[in-house]
Design a protein around this ligand. Sequence first.
Ligand code: 4NP
Length: 176
Amino acid sequence: MVTRFSVFKTEVKGKMKVSILFVCLGNICRSPAAEGAFTKLVQEKGLTDQFIIDSCGTGDWHIGELAHPNTRKVAQSNGIQLTHRARQISSKDLEKFDYVLAMDDSNINNVLRLAKTEDLKQKVIKFRKFDPLYKNEPDVPDPFHGTEKDFIEVQEIVTRTSESLLEFLITKYKLG
Ligand code: 4NP
């Protein structure tokens, strides 16, 4: 059973968890890369049972597909095996997840259309708000039409931003 405990924390079968949903357009490049990078960091810190981590896309073109071959290749070279299958976001996701982290401004606008209340809107945050190298919350660049170099850049962005996101959550919820 999933119970809303307070804004930004969820109770699952009596255990408090923080639930994080990474969102991009197709759910085959940026958000699965972020999901994989964040999951690896959570595992390394032994915090797996304190998180629910998932990703999805605002679009429906790639539903059921594995991540893009270059996303998987670059993740693999960082010790991350991506097995996620693409899915499309629904309004239920905004109820279920505590943090809905969008990769770019267009994703944010699309997700906000599903959020009917102020509480739900507050969950929608630009992922790179947590990027320690930038103050202006830039987009995670879409590598879909790019080269392997663009996928490597995405991996670097999602890795350092996930590190800082996880530190924020550990401090905020006194995890560990
Ligand atoms: P993503 O990249 O949103 O990072 O998964 C894209 C994947 C597919 C498409 C666009 C962006 N597409 O147009 O199919």
